[in-house]
Design a protein around this ligand. Structure first.
Ligand SMILES: CC(C)(COP(=O)(O)OP(=O)(O)OC[C@H]1O[C@@H](n2cnc3c(N)ncnc32)[C@H](O)[C@@H]1OP(=O)(O)O)[C@@H](O)C(=O)NCCC(=O)NCCS
Length: 162
């Protein structure tokens, strides 16, 4: 695998939509059920990613030029950053791409947002991916919510010191 991570380009918006939708349909359905899955997929359209990419940092993971995942980080305040999205293509799960994106995000934050000492993530599917975040050094930090329009989903917050 010729793996690399690069910044988002506007032409990636459809790919980002597809990668996220694919996870809701194939990975989250059991834990979320149909209504919450539909709300989750519909929460962000490709045009929303284009707008969000002007306010947050989106990165694309590629295997030999083919997008296989993406992640998004958002600065909440001077000392806090949030991992808003992290998605790996279904075919590429459990091949080290998620952990490489987490490491890349932490290096990027240290270099570009040096005031940030707390890194947060909220997950609405903690049974499915809570242990992934714990393996990456996050610890449970209480209840939260994924603010999808019309149907907020209860979430687990995890955090780590950077
Ligand atoms: C969660 C996700 C990003 C992990 O990415 P990945 O590339 O599959 O993870 P990696 O291969 O880098 O795994 C890193 C470690 O976490 C473990 N791990 C990965 N997914 C896991 C899971 N779902 N549950 C428990 N452990 C998991 C791996 O076994 C590995 O452990 P090791 O270091 O002891 O070998 C990926 O499963 C994914 O995109 N899922 C769908 C979308 C998603 O859940 N996004 C987050 C929404 S909040």
């Amino acid at each position: 695998m010729a793996f690399s991570i690069r910044p988002f380009r506007d032409s990636d918006a459809d790919t980002v939509f597809r990668l996220r939708a694919e996870a809701f349909v194939t990975q989250f359905f059991e834990e979320l059920g149909p209504e919450r899955c539909a709300a989750g997929v519909n929460a962000y359209m490709p045009s929303d990613y284009l707008r969000m990419a002007t306010e947050m940092k989106f990165f694309i993971a590629e295997d030999t030029g083919i997008p296989v995942g993406f992640y998004t980080i958002k600065r909440i305040d001077e000392s806090t950053a949030e991992l808003l999205f992290i998605y790996v293509s279904t075919k590429y799960l459990r091949q080290g791409i998620g952990s490489r994106m987490i490491r890349h995000s932490e290096e990027w934050i240290r270099s570009n947002w040096p005031g940030v000492g707390t890194y947060l993530v909220d997950t609405g599917i903690p049974k499915y991916n809570g242990d992934f975040y714990r393996r990456m050094g996050f610890t449970d930090a209480g209840a939260s919510a994924c603010p999808f329009p019309n149907l907020p989903i209860p979430a687990l917050r995890l955090s780590k010191r950077l």
